[in-house]
Design a binder for this molecule. Structure first.
Ligand code: PMP
Length: 450
């Protein structure tokens, strides 16, 4: 037995993995990882894989990044954790100062949480509670977009719309209003992204106009619906939504858990629409892929809506044990230093251009409906029939065939259904991007052969 097999057997006798039908592992080997370095992950048999999906979109500057490792080591010798109620620490304060500095103007308060779903839960509660504290007691509904994803805990699942994850739990979930997504994959041929996203806004406007008094907030994933298949839309939708939310007195929650920290080409996706949301949720890249940490950012005004004498019971009594963990804050600070020192957003433009050029030929592939891109996220959607965009049956699991080919060739390209995508760490080189494009092309050829 190989070392991989020995480790996998031990794993399969005690572990239950996330987002996995465990029976698949009767025929699909898992890959136990021994070490990581830069874009590379290395398994126990010594085989190396380019981490093209940044380990579920978290890693920004490579695995075992020396600068981030150093920050973590130094913090752990000083303070590993302290609760954040009644106590504070330097990394939490410094990180909050810097986040206030770099996020869109008007987000002046940071509420730490400890993972993406929890940040969404906190933002939903904060929105409702803020209205309540202002005397608006009927605002207890949320609006989401079709095909959206905001996490797996019950509140986050309720405001998401990917049926694969949601349908089973439907009886447990609060009801939400769902407006059609501005996802430009669905546009008419010849229609621009901007026109389609604008057109899709009409129903949202109608919904907000009709139910504004009951609606607490609209929650969106700015520019890219990642878990929903890397579906993308034009920033104009966010601009229109911001204006409408103001008109009808409704909060806007921007879930930038996946797209924040440079993924869409700007530091935050909201910048491309020149908007400030009422709540901004950040996680994943916040710690450059090192540790679970998240934050909900909001305005000074929202903070003031909770600020009162204790006896008035207006406080936001929400907490998690690892809220604002110092190790997470320290690596987040190291990551922000790298953004600043190495001019990352600027340099990523070149990498995004290389991604675009390296995959341009796939536009003509007989089973590729679309190659789409927002900055450092590039997605390739396979279809059974190109002209009418007829999808493959999901049971055929074509994307998984690309994944299996890529593993053999030394790349981690975990698909989303029939969508293969690149969302790599920013330390990837142009040559490595070209290698990924070659592997993806071969994989798509194989996966669509019969
Ligand atoms: N929101 C978005 C947009 C996400 O992509 C994710 C994770 N994929 C989450 C929320 C949930 O984050 P977590 O997995 O840390 O709970």
């Amino acid at each position: 037995m190989s070392s991989n097999q020995i480790i996998s057997e031990r794993d399969l006798s005690v572990l239950w993995h996330p987002c996995t039908q465990m029976k698949d592992h009767e025929w699909l080997p898992m890959i136990p990882i021994k070490r990581g370095e830069g874009v590379w992950l290395e398994d126990f048999d010594g085989k190396r894989y380019i981490d093209a999906v940044s380990s579920w979109w978290v890693n920004l500057f490579g695995h075992a990044n020396p600068r981030i490792n150093a920050a973590l080591k130094s913090q752990v010798d000083c303070l590993e954790h302290v609760m954040l109620a009644g106590f504070s620490h330097e990394p939490a304060i410094q990180l909050a100062e810097q986040l206030v500095e770099i996020t869109p103007a008007g987000l002046d308060r940071c509420f730490y949480v400890d993972n993406g779903s929890s940040a969404v839960e906190a933002a939903l509660k904060m929105s409702y509670h803020s209205w309540r504290n202002q005397g608006h007691k009927g605002k207890h509904h949320f609006v989401t977009l079709s095909n959206s994803y905001h996490g797996e805990t019950l509140g986050a699942l309720a405001v998401g719309d990917v049926s694969l994850y949601k349908e089973t739990y439907e009886p447990l979930l609060m009801e939400v209003f769902t407006a059609p997504s501005p996802d430009c994959y669905e546009r008419e041929s010849g229609e621009s992204w901007e026109d389609y996203s604008t057109r899709q806004f009409a129903e949202m406007e109608q919904l907000l106009a009709t139910h504004g008094d009951e609606i607490s907030a609209v929650i969106v994933e700015p520019l890219v619906q990642c878990a929903g298949g890397m579906r993308m839309y034009h920033p104009v939708y966010l601009t229109l939504l911001r204006k409408a939310c103001d008109r009808y007195q409704i909060h806007l929650i921007a879930d930038e858990i996946a797209v924040g920290f440079g993924r869409t080409g700007s530091m935050f996706a909201c910048e491309q629409a020149s908007i400030t949301p009422d709540f901004l949720c950040l996680s994943k890249g916040l710690t450059a892929g090192y540790l679970p940490l998240s934050v909900v950012m909001t305005s000074e005004q929202t903070y003031r809506n909770f600020y009162d004498d204790y006896e008035n019971l207006t406080a936001f009594l929400h907490s998690h044990s690892y809220t604002g963990n110092p190790l997470g804050c320290a690596v987040a600070l190291a990551s922000l230093n790298i953004f600043r020192d190495d001019n990352i957003i600027e340099n990523n433009r070149n990498l995004a251009q290389v991604m675009s050029e390296a995959t341009a030929h796939l536009v003509d592939h007989p089973h590729v409906a679309e190659v789409r891109q927002h900055g450092m996220i590039l997605a390739i959607e396979m279809v059974k029939e190109k002209k009418n965009r007829v999808p493959y049956d999901w049971q055929e699991r074509r994307g998984l065939r690309v994944y299996q080919h890529a593993l053999k060739q030394g790349a981690l390209l975990r698909p989303l259904g029939n969508v293969t995508y690149f969302m790599p760490p920013y330390v990837i080189t142009p040559d490595q991007i070209k290698t990924l494009a070659r592997i993806a092309t071969e994989g798509i050829d194989l996966a669509t052969r019969n």
